[in-house]
Design a binder for this molecule. Structure first.
Ligand code: F6R
Length: 607
């Protein structure tokens, strides 16, 4: 949610900052701006819309200088206008900054400053520039630290000053910032993806920290200005993974990445002889695992759907009560937790504000909190006392696909490990491992049907409503298929457990309301079949996902996708792929901006 990049070093900053902005564009794309400090002072350019608009505006002329900051905005306060685009300035135009987050007391501060300061934007961010300006005493770091004492809210902030051509100041409270270190040059960004081309050595700022970046090095302080030491982390993400590699969209590339990144989630974590898995990062002894008497999954959006799948997996394999909650509800509920409750927080970015708040709430109440996270070193990864990375690599399309798959893979591994400590025997563990190993080839079979799914999408692109139905472990898959469709094609859709239809939703059925039904051969096949019969009897138009070899399925619809058979609990790893492809091809057919759907941003760091 808003992307920030800053650079100080020996190279020309503008191309590096623009390249960085492109990598961050998935975090927000309402407007973009850049400020570079060179020998002739500070140059600023801002433009409404995409980074390309900013680049067009800069045109051929060089913004010269070896230090600068840039921002891509996802609007929270103030409309999408050039005035509201970052960077923002104080009245003297000496202080220039980019900000991600929300300044909650900006109205009060603005009122207080209104007599002496002139505001040009409607944003909450601009007040920060005026606040720092009013505290400026020649020491930029000190002035920023002093100003921030007056701020309530969240910020990831990068500040520069006309008179300090050798210093960038960064500060964090609630909005992520990561500093990258190369030879004689330093970068700061909202997440590691734009840094990968330049360095993999990074340090993540924590809340309440201020960093001073110069060409000689970095120093990190608390807001009270005590100097602190922070470790450098090495990120093993591959820069290649963050490129489109010939695909027209990141989303399609990431869908097709799934057989490969799924193997990365399994790699080194399976002990075949013993029919088990080992997720060392979870940091739980066998004794602690046996003492867990309840599991709660907390997440948002697509990650929440994997939590729902986790509930089916752990109830089946571990015979333990499980609950699932959306983080924005969990954090404000009177949830009952104790030291025997294991809370799994699931997040691709590791920065989602509600999910992070849920981590803190669960820790406060004494639960065992473990993260299932993609972005290495992200806040949730650091604030949980253990956890496991899903190793999906950088996910840049706003719509999550490969992270979803790897979250499920990791949940399956954790359930296998836990269950082998409780009830599962070695042979059952080995059967599950073999089924897990077969998944990548089966995923490829699903992906080979992309052209067929494209035809189905073309055929159905005029419909304005869709219903996705599933049962059991395929109910969350139906919800995920529905979310993907609405998110990137802007078509209204709903996901439902098929058994619920007759309790109200059947009233909606008519030929203008196609039903995408997941009717694969599992323990609920007969039940699902009856539900689809009922849809058919009421004139509902059906697209069917069925298991290979189920020739009877052809009676229901001519629009069929076939999935290879697998263990029931593993079905979401296969069944979601055609739903992702259907949403993708539908969005392309409708001319939507697939990777950057309207009103959304990838990493939701505000509440
Ligand atoms: C949908 C999607 C979102 C995210 C949600 C949580 O395609 O990507 O629903 O799943 O915003 O994000 P993370 O996983 O980063 O916490």
């Amino acid at each position: 949610m808003c992307g920030i990049i800053g650079y100080i070093g020996i190279k020309q900053a503008t191309p590096l900052l623009l390249q960085g902005l492109r990598r961050l564009e998935y975090r927000g794309y309402d407007s973009a701006g850049i400020a570079v400090l060179g020998q002739h002072g500070i140059s600023i350019e801002r433009a409404v819309g995409r980074i390309d608009n900013l680049i067009d505006k800069i045109g051929g002329h060089t913004i010269e200088g070896t230090m600068g900051i840039a921002h891509t905005r996802w609007a929270t306060h103030g409309g999408v206008t050039e005035f509201n685009a970052h960077p923002h300035r104080g009245c003297g135009e000496d202080i220039i900054l980019v900000h991600n987050g929300i300044i909650e007391n900006y109205r009060e501060l603005r009122k207080e400053f209104s007599e002496k300061h002139t505001f040009v934007s409607q944003t909450d961010s601009e007040i920060l520039a005026h606040l720092i300006e009013s505290h400026y005493d020649g020491n930029l770091r000190h002035s920023v630290a002093q100003a921030l004492q007056h701020v309530h809210g969240t910020y990831g902030l990068v500040v520069m000053h006309r008179d300090h051509p050798d210093t960038l100041i960064c500060a964090r409270m609630g909005s992520p910032l990561v500093i990258g270190m190369a030879d004689g040059e330093y970068y700061v960004a909202s997440d590691p993806t734009p840094l990968l081309t330049h360095t993999k050595d990074v340090t993540f700022l924590d809340d309440g920290e201020i960093a001073e970046l110069t060409r000689e090095g970095i120093n990190i302080y608390t807001l009270r200005e005590t100097r602190i030491h922070k470790d450098i982390q090495h990120i093993d993400w591959d820069d290649e993974q963050a490129q489109k590699q010939g695909y027209p969209h990141f989303m399609l590339k990431e869908i097709f990445d799934q057989p490969t990144v799924y193997k990365d989630a399994l790699r080194g974590r399976i002990i075949e002889d013993e029919g088990t898995a080992y997720l060392g990062g979870l940091n739980l002894t066998p004794e602690e695992i046996r003492n867990v008497n309840r599991i709660v999954f907390v997440a948002c959006g697509t990650a929440y759907h994997t939590g729902m799948i986790g509930k089916y997996i752990f109830e089946r394999l571990m015979e333990i009560p499980c609950e699932v909650d959306v983080a924005s509800e969990f954090r404000y509920r009177d949830c009952v937790l104790d030291e025997h409750t294991l809370v799994f927080v699931i997040s691709q970015s590791g920065e989602t504000a509600d999910t992070l708040a849920a981590v803190r709430e669960a820790k406060r109440k004494g639960a065992i909190v473990r993260g299932i996270v993609n972005v290495v070193g992200s806040t949730i990864a650091r604030e949980t006392e253990g956890g496991t990375y899903i190793h999906a690599g950088p996910e840049l399309a706003v719509a999550s696909t490969k992270a979803y798959t790897n979250m499920i893979a990791v949940l399956l591994l954790a359930a296998l490990e836990f269950s082998r400590m409780k009830k599962m025997n070695v042979a059952a563990g080995q059967r599950m491992i073999h089924a897990l190993y077969e998944i990548p080839e089966k995923m490829k079979k699903m992906l080979e049907q992309s052209e067929h799914i494209k035809t189905l999408a073309e055929k159905h692109k005029e419909y304005r409503d869709f219903l996705f139905l599933g049962r059991g472990v395929n109910y969350p898959v139906a919800l995920e298929g529905s979310l993907k469709l609405k998110e990137i094609s802007y078509i209204h859709s709903e996901g439902y457990p098929a058994g619920e239809m007759k309790h109200g939703v059947n009233a909606l059925l008519d030929p203008a309301f196609p039903v995408f039904a997941i009717m694969t051969k599992n323990s609920l096949y007969e039940k699902m079949r009856s539900n689809i019969e009922e849809v058919r009897a009421r004139g509902g138009k059906i697209i069917l996902l069925a298991t290979e070899g189920d020739e009877d399925a052809r009676d229901f619809s001519e629009d069929i996708i076939f999935a290879p058979p697998t263990m029931e609990l593993l079905e979401p790893l296969l069944n979601t792929l055609p739903l992702q492809l259907f949403a993708y091809h539908m969005a392309v057919a409708l001319g939507r901006d697939v990777d950057r759907p309207r009103n959304l941003a990838k990493s939701v760091t505000v509440e």
